[in-house]
Design a protein. Structure first.
Length: 206
């Protein structure tokens, strides 16, 4: 599955010159935790999150911190461009969703912008989008599995049952190609694959 197949296409973004107050207003009103920062051509130049705003705006209260070394910043940041993260991890159109998910987990990312070949923003994939795949109806999953079988399998008929995202295959005892199992496992919403009848050691996969 490719990133653009599940990405959110309506993405809120701001420009580097957008005020932090406006950024905060968008985040609060839209119920989101961060968004891309783009230039005039729509190219992603940064990401700004709630954490960036908190770090920029929450300062010590002098009534509670009566210290001589307490100083006031003469030039506090006021725009998105001043506090955004410029080390942006983005996914290209056509990126394998599995690769994107592993990258998000390893880098502790909650959202990744999706860009076209010119680095222009076209969507966003969040952890919520990935989790939402697990809620696909079993009937939809079964239809996709049957399409995989029609396109990639020419062996004896396989009975397919789907329950809570788990695929149950019943065959005539002959070996099923590992590639076919991998293709079925890659169907969005599939939790695991197993066989209904007892099989040789190593036959059951998940």
């Amino acid at each position: 599955m490719r990133a653009e197949e599940i990405m959110t296409r309506t993405v809120y973004s701001v420009r580097p010159e957008t005020s932090l107050k406006e950024v905060a207003t968008i985040l609060v009103r839209r119920g989101i935790h961060g968004m891309p920062v783009v230039d005039g051509e729509g190219v992603v130049v940064g990401m700004i999150t709630e954490a960036d705003l908190i770090d920029a705006q929450v300062v010590p209260d002098p009534r509670l911190h009566a210290r001589r070394d307490l100083r006031v910043d003469d030039h506090p940041p006021s725009t998105a461009g001043e506090v955004m993260s410029t080390r942006v991890v983005a996914a290209r159109v056509g990126a394998d969703l599995a690769d994107l998910a592993r990258m998000m987990l390893s880098a502790h990312l909650t959202r990744v912008p999706v860009v076209d070949e010119d680095d222009r923003l076209i969507g966003l994939v969040s952890r919520h989008d990935l989790v939402r795949l697990m809620t696909r109806p079993d009937a939809d999953i079964a239809a996709d599995v049957h399409r995989v079988l029609a396109d990639w399998y020419s062996g004896p008929p396989l009975a397919v049952t789907v329950a809570d995202g788990e695929i149950l295959l019943a065959d005539d005892g002959k070996a099923v190609p590992d590639l076919l199992v991998a293709l079925i496992r890659a169907v969005p919403g599939v939790i695991g694959v197993r066989w209904a009848a007892p099989a040789e050691p190593g036959k059951t996969r998940s």
